[in-house]
Design a protein around this ligand. Structure first.
Ligand SMILES: [Zn+2]
Length: 282
């Protein structure tokens, strides 16, 4: 799937698609509640009220750079809390290559945050060691986010993710730590959106008068635009994540801005009373 924002091209490379079974991440989004939001159906939910979600990377091509935003789950990882996220053996890199993006052609990897399903393909297993998957890329992490997980990865699953998918990049001298409001290049700037994680960043794209927004996990699903207070179980600070949703969606609502989530497909945000709704990109 592909979109254009002025001279910037965005391609979604899917690692995993799911329908339903999202209670573990969004417990308030029951089938009954989702059916009360008919604008979600059929693009973002089924008739039965089950959520459509994906784990994907977004390849963002500017006139001068080829960037991967977020890198999914990865292969061969261990110690994950979700059983099926362990020992994966998916053809994600082959899919990327077939789409025209061999790993060596990527010059930048940008992680909105450092959760398990956004950093996996940062590394791959080679001769028993975790090495950078994108050998020619600089990996850009938020400084706040990196320092948080460096100092506060306390549970075994968090330790595993940090040690196999984040620290090897730093050890290989491939990491660049940026401020949460940094500008990456002419077309791309970060927007600090803490709450889901302490240093979470969203990505603002501007080119030739057109605009895009990659929300990362500010919302896991557009149903959170209608219910700003539906925090995901992964949100580190539900009060702040609710505020981040309100601020970010207010800023980009009712304008022709292409919005793509860390786990949902493209659309644009419309104000709807006190909250918002999301209309699939035509
Ligand atoms: Zn997350």
């Amino acid at each position: 799937m592909q979109w254009k924002i002025g001279k910037v091209k965005i391609t979604k490379v899917v690692e995993l698609e799911t329908i339903g079974s999202t209670r573990f991440i969004l417990p308030l989004a029951t089938n009954d509640e989702i059916q009360k939001l008919p604008w979600l159906i059929p693009h973002f939910a089924t008739q039965e009220g089950r959520l459509k979600m994906s784990i994907h990377a977004l390849v963002v091509e500017t006139p001068s750079r080829r960037i991967v935003v977020d890198t999914g789950l990865g292969n061969d990882k261990q110690g994950r809390n979700v059983p099926t996220w362990n020992s994966r053996n998916s053809p994600f890199l082959e899919t990327m290559t077939a789409a025209g993006f061999p790993p060596d052609s990527i010059d930048t990897v940008l992680c909105t945050h450092l959760h398990v399903d956004h950093v996996g393909w940062n590394t791959r297993l080679a001769d028993g060691k975790w090495v950078p998957t994108f050998a020619n890329a600089r990996y850009v992490f938020g400084k706040t986010e990196y320092e948080h997980w460096r100092d506060h990865s306390e549970t075994p699953d968090k330790v595993a993710v940090f040690n196999d998918s984040v620290q090897p990049i730093v050890d290989a001298d491939k990491a660049e730590l940026i401020a949460s409001d940094a500008r990456l290049c002419d077309e791309i700037a970060m927007i600090p959106t803490p709450g889901h994680s302490p240093g979470h960043m969203s990505i603002h794209i501007q080119s030739d008068g057109e605009e895009g927004l990659l929300t990362g996990d500010v919302a896991h699903h557009p149903c959170q635009m209608a219910h700003l207070d539906w925090s995901s179980t992964a949100d580190s600070d539900p009060v702040r994540s609710t505020a981040a949703r309100r601020e970010l969606f207010s800023r980009f609502a009712d304008r022709p801005v292409l919005v793509i989530g860390g786990h949902y497909n493209a659309g644009h945000i419309k104000r709807d009373g006190d909250a918002f709704k999301f209309i699939a990109w035509a």
